[in-house]
Design a protein around this ligand. Structure first.
Ligand SMILES: [Cu+2]
Length: 130
């Protein structure tokens, strides 16, 4: 919700950076929601829980092993991050906070959700671990 006109150029810059680094942009052909797939950087996946009860990204990828989620709560709402398949809370943030939580993951496809009451139906995304 916050300044969507600023978010688009930032995404473009990240994609250009990834392209410059020669990283594969495997999901370019898949424009499910807004087509963005965010890859882990140095094992860290940053994800923002927005006040409109949506994640800022709905597709994540990361290499198998220890993965750290950097969970950001936008201005006014609590969020947490849970992998449906494991039913374990990885991180919880209060309004305005940034918190981290780590988990060891095997290759596979996981669904990340926020299980705060009322959030789960819209705050869902797919994490592919390779
Ligand atoms: Cu939430």
């Amino acid at each position: 919700m916050a300044q969507p006109h600023l978010r688009r150029p930032a995404t473009a810059r990240i994609l250009l950076l990834l392209a410059a680094l020669g990283l594969p942009l495997t999901a370019c052909g898949d424009h499910g929601t807004d087509g963005e797939v965010r890859a882990a950087e140095d094992g860290v996946l940053r994800i923002v829980g927005q006040d409109d009860l949506r994640w800022d990204v709905e597709q994540l990828t990361a290499p198998a092993g220890e993965i750290t989620f950097e969970l950001v709560c936008e201005d006014a709402v609590n969020h947490n991050i849970v992998l449906d398949e494991l039913d374990e809370e990885i991180a919880f943030c209060s309004p305005g906070e940034t918190v981290t939580g780590s988990i060891e993951l095997q290759p596979g496809t996981y669904t990340y959700v926020c299980t705060i009451p009322g959030h789960e139906s819209t705050m869902r995304g797919e994490l592919v671990v390779e």
